[in-house]
Design a protein around this ligand. Structure first.
Ligand SMILES: NC(=O)c1ccc[n+]([C@@H]2O[C@H](COP(=O)([O-])OP(=O)(O)OC[C@H]3O[C@@H](n4cnc5c(N)ncnc54)[C@H](O)[C@@H]3O)[C@@H](O)[C@H]2O)c1
Length: 333
């Protein structure tokens, strides 16, 4: 029986607790939140769990094997560091840390203590991303041309981070997982309108071999959009995460240039074939992810969303914000 302590029971924490509780061989022993209101919600939902206002009670408890850090990003580093120092495995929310240096320190500490870090890049465990990963792995799309994601809605305004640190970790972690090459450079532009943090941002990532990625993240959109287009030489893919069925559609569409001798001799052939919507596994991603975390601990495996994966995302977030501050200067990664 693996015993967990969960720190943070705000918006996301209850999902982590609920999914941990559904796992066999896992017990949520204690939940901590600084807010009295959050602790009252814990008491009502989980009357038999130990409740605390002080994270150090959980972090120093010899009864706890693993800690889930589900608090705002600026608290992740200190809480995860203490947990690792106390010999606990750590499941930490995205984005992993506030700086790349903090992430590197935690990775080194985990290696020294022989403990696992898993960063909650939840989307990697969705049926849609698993299917897209499989299709790309099989080379169905051919050479990739572009990755273009729109993740916009009204709010939720965060009080400590801008829209890039809030929403882009999802896209960066997905992109990082799906595309084996690493981006070479990044350009980001954005604007603050209301609370001093950028609420609208556009990020472009340049990859080797003419692959380009673009992310649109926005807290000021009247409608919610979760749409990713992936264009390849052989096929093109549309992932609309708000679709109940047929979230992923694969289009046999493309462009073939048949004659390259001189501009006026170009023969552009537009291919427009069938559309296919593959079957997508319907599972709660967080459930699969937490089960995988437990499996990685028990079998001593390195998770795909380990500290290194978290660090890669934090590096891109830092570079994007550096570019943003300079109104879109190209920043090399
Ligand atoms: N993986 C996902 O899809 C996903 C979705 C939402 C949020 N998140 C991440 O989860 C984390 C929390 O986000 P949220 O939306 O739940 O925030 P939230 O503000 O709703 O909740 C955070 C909770 O942590 C508590 N807290 C803060 N510092 C604490 C400390 N030092 N000790 C104990 N309790 C403390 C607060 O009182 C609050 O109840 C963030 O890192 C966010 O990016 C991830």
């Amino acid at each position: 029986m693996l015993k967990f302590g969960v720190i943070g029971f705000g918006y996301w924490g209850p999902n982590v607790v609920r999914n941990l509780n559904q796992l066999e061989d896992v017990q949520v022993l204690a939940i901590c939140d600084k807010s009295a209101q959050a602790r009252r919600r814990v008491q009502k939902a989980y009357p038999h769990v130990e409740i605390s206002a002080d994270p150090h009670e959980l972090l120093s408890s010899s009864k706890i094997d693993a800690i889930a850090v589900v608090t705002p990003v600026w608290t992740h580093y200190e809480l995860a560091k203490t947990a690792l120092q106390q010999g606990k495995h750590v499941f930490v929310e995205k984005p992993f840390t506030s700086t790349a240096d903090q992430a590197k320190e935690l990775i080194e500490l985990a290696a020294k203590k022989n403990r696992k870090i898993m960063v909650d890049h939840t989307f990697l465990f969705t049926g849609a991303v698993k299917k897209i990963s499989q299709l790309l792995g099989e080379g169905i799309l051919g050479k990739l041309y572009y990755y273009d994601s729109t993740r916009v809605n009204l709010g939720l305004f965060q009080h400590d981070i801008n829209v890039i640190w809030d929403l882009a970790p999802h896209d960066l972690s997905i992109m990082n997982h799906l595309i084996s090459a690493n981006p070479e450079a990044i350009v980001a532009t954005g604007q603050t309108h209301l609370n001093g943090f950028e609420d609208v941002a556009f990020i472009t990532l340049y990859f080797p071999d003419q692959l380009i990625a673009h992310l649109n993240v926005n807290w000021l959109s009247p409608v919610k959009v979760r749409m990713t287009l992936i264009g390849g030489e052989k096929k093109m893919l549309v992932w609309n995460d708000l679709e109940a069925d047929e979230k992923v559609k694969l289009y046999d569409k493309g462009v073939d240039i048949t004659n390259r001798e001189g501009l006026y001799n170009l023969l552009v052939n537009y291919r427009s074939g069938d559309m296919w919507a593959p079957q997508i596994e319907q599972v709660e991603a967080l459930h699969g992810e937490l089960a995988y975390f437990v499996d990685c601990i028990v079998k001593d495996k390195t998770p795909v969303n380990d500290g290194e994966a978290g660090l890669r995302v934090v590096r891109m977030l830092e570079a994007a914000c550096e570019s943003l501050r300079q109104r879109g200067r190209l920043v090399y990664l």
